[in-house]
Design a protein. Structure first.
Lengths: 231, 79
């Protein structure tokens, strides 16, 4: 499966994603520079974490208008897979490829730690290698990860099972204490209505090898790879 | 001409920064503070033109880039 990782000025998880996909999963992977107006023949686009354009104005606000993101929007519209991790999630929201927005963490602090997320549904190309209710231990590293959308939008996300992962306790309870950043409904990651675009704040690429302390992030990439076999 | 744009978090959006500053003001002894909200102030220098056209252009800029309508409201003046 061919992966393309978008590089913006200020991206800093692009190489982590490259390492995970190319070296750990052995997939053909290449970088796509933000000024490229075509993304070429890729099956899955990764919008990586970091601080694109220095987070100026708002996180993801400037990156959204880059030539590469116009190509990513076209790829998404044509049904291609897109995964946005951390800053990538923020960019996908700004680009309106996903609903809502990520705002300042409720506690104002930048949080860098392993958290638990619960797989809410396996009905997506990003989670179908997992189990519903499966608990994943994956790191987060963000200052602006508080998911916000109007209540009607949240209700629709819930109704259509677009919440793919939710912050929970180690034993799968969705509590306020398990919510690191104040996200509405403990939301850690959502997909779009057609289920081919996924954004999440946790970093599965940093949890894909035992040397990194957790391999739970593999569920996300295994799912994507399996979807290629199924397609 | 100069446009002065104020971008504020929507009332429905949590503003932890404003809350924290409010608490700090209270602990400094400032009385009667009911709410603090923190937003952005943006100045844009514009080539002189018809006010209606400039207004339309700024509306577009605010909607597309300077604010995120999901979480923010904006207002501006042109002088």
């Amino acid at each position: 499966m061919k992966f393309g990782i978008i590089q913006f000025p200020g991206s800093n998880c692009d190489q982590d994603a490259y390492h995970a996909l190319a070296n750990v999963f052995g997939q053909p992977t290449r970088y796509i520079w933000h000024k490229d107006s075509t993304i070429g023949a890729v099956d899955c686009v990764v919008v990586p974490g970091g601080f694109s354009y220095g987070d100026y104005l708002r996180t993801g606000a400037i990156a959204r208008f880059s030539p590469a993101m116009q190509a990513v929007a076209a790829h998404a519209k044509a049904g291609g897979l897109v995964i946005g991790i951390c800053n990538g999630f923020q960019i996908l929201c700004e680009a309106q490829l996903l609903p809502g927005a990520l705002i300042r963490n409720k506690g104002l602090k930048f949080i860098c730690e392993h958290v638990f997320v619960r797989v809410e549904t396996t009905d997506s190309p990003f989670t179908h290698a997992g189990r519903q209710g499966q608990i994943l231990r994956i790191p987060i590293a963000h200052g602006e990860g508080c998911y916000f959308a109007e209540p009607a939008v949240i209700a629709e996300l819930e109704h259509k099972h677009q919440v793919l992962v939710r912050y929970s306790t180690q034993d799968g309870k969705v509590t306020a204490a398990a919510n690191p950043n104040g996200s509405a409904g403990n939301i850690a990651g959502i997909c779009n209505a057609s289920r081919n675009v996924f954004g999440l704040m946790p970093h599965p690429e940093r949890a894909s090898e035992s040397a990194l302390g957790s391999e739970d992030g593999r569920v996300i990439f295994d799912s994507i790879l399996r979807s290629a076999v199924m397609a | 001409m100069k446009a002065k744009i104020i971008v504020m978090p929507k009332k429905t959006v949590l503003d932890p920064q404003g809350k924290t500053v409010q608490h700090a003001l209270e602990s400094l002894g400032f009385k009667g503070i009911q709410e603090v909200r923190i937003g952005k102030f943006i100045e844009v220098e514009l080539k002189a033109g018809k006010k209606a056209a400039l207004k339309k252009k700024l509306e577009d800029a605010c909607h597309k880039l300077l604010s995120n309508p999901v979480i923010e409201d904006y207002e501006f003046t042109i002088k």
